[in-house]
Design a protein around this ligand. Structure first.
Ligand code: KPL
Length: 313
């Protein structure tokens, strides 16, 4: 397949290295990045080792591609979709598959793509270590699905491409439910690692952190149930433990953002869960507290480091 990947973060680059082996992959980047990246090689090392030559282009509606994978941060979804839209209208004619965190992007994608899009979740541990280098720190699941039920042929092609790339895609008939489950697992792992500065596995090692993570997951499940999802807290706690253990040495994407002084996805994950709870009369104080803490930590990067404490301070 001719696949464009929009979003050169850890997930986008990891997928580029894996898919680039057997597909023609184009990284879709900002205009100023094109000259630096022309004829580039993306390198994945760690649990899986792979490198692939990729093309580089600027996103636009006129690209000759069979699929665009959206791997941008949740808060960049709308600008990414606008870059792919036909000039003068909001419509995107290229088939889109999103691998993004949170619960906000499906609405925006549907607005631009109508029925022609797929959604996915990926829980492999990936850590970006250089402009085109990613460390694969843990195996995980990859789930894809067709939320509108109108893209059976495209879904088959995508599953084949992912399988040929050595991945093990699961097809979900309830991909929105899969997104809720992933968002709930992320709602505990991501902010708790971003706040503590610890890798994912620490959540299982520190007993009170583990109890807190379970409580955050249970709160997310209450919100999901109030929104019509049939989820069980015990199952989601088991999912959390499995993901934290499989990606134990990984730096979560939210901690990577904090370390780079970039905005985080806490609003799209915990903020959105809290908001969806409020809309259904379900309070989500833990999720609200995590948003407040992560947003405050993000803010500290704007302040100068305090000077040394002197007597009398
Ligand atoms: O999705 C992730 C993320 O960091 O955003 C996990 C699976 C938790 C891996 O770190």
């Amino acid at each position: 397949m001719r696949i464009g990947i929009l979003g050169a973060g850890s997930t986008g680059l990891g997928l580029a290295a894996l898919l680039g082996d057997v597909n023609e992959v184009t990284l879709l980047v900002k205009p100023h990045q094109v000259p630096q990246l022309v004829a580039s090689t993306v390198v994945l090392s760690g649990v899986r080792n792979r490198s692939a030559a990729v093309r580089v282009a600027v996103p636009s509606s006129g690209l000759d591609l069979d699929l665009v994978i959206l791997a941008v941060k949740a808060y960049d979804t709308v600008s990414a979709l606008r870059a792919l839209s036909e000039p003068g209208n909001d419509h995107i004619s290229l088939p889109v598959l999103s691998f993004q965190n949170g619960l906000r992007h499906p609405r925006d994608i549907q607005f631009h793509c109508g029925e022609r899009f797929l959604l996915g979740t990926i829980s492999h541990g990936m850590r970006r270590t250089g402009p085109l280098e990613v460390e694969h720190t843990g195996e995980g699941d990859l789930v894809v699905g067709d939320p509108t039920g109108r893209n059976a042929g495209l879904l088959r092609q995508v599953v084949d491409a992912l399988t040929e790339a050595g991945l093990v895609p699961q097809v979900s008939t309830d991909i929105l439910g899969a997104l809720w489950r992933k968002a709930i697992v992320n709602s505990a792992i991501n902010p708790l690692t971003a706040i503590t500065g610890l890798p994912n596995g620490a959540i299982l090692e520190v007993p009170r952190l583990r109890t807190l993570a379970h409580a955050v997951v249970s709160e997310g499940v209450e919100v999901a149930v109030a929104n019509g999802q049939s989820l069980e807290a015990d199952q989601l706690v088991a999912d959390l433990e499995q993901v934290a253990s499989a990606t134990a040495s990984n730096t979560s994407s939210m901690l990577q953002d904090i370390q780079r002084g970039r905005p985080t996805e806490v609003g799209a994950i915990n903020g959105e869960l809290a908001e969806r709870g409020r809309q259904r009369g379900v309070a989500a104080p833990l999720n609200d507290a995590l948003v407040a803490l992560v947003e405050s930590i993000s803010l500290t990067t704007r302040y100068d480091a305090p000077g040394p404490v002197t007597e009398g301070d």
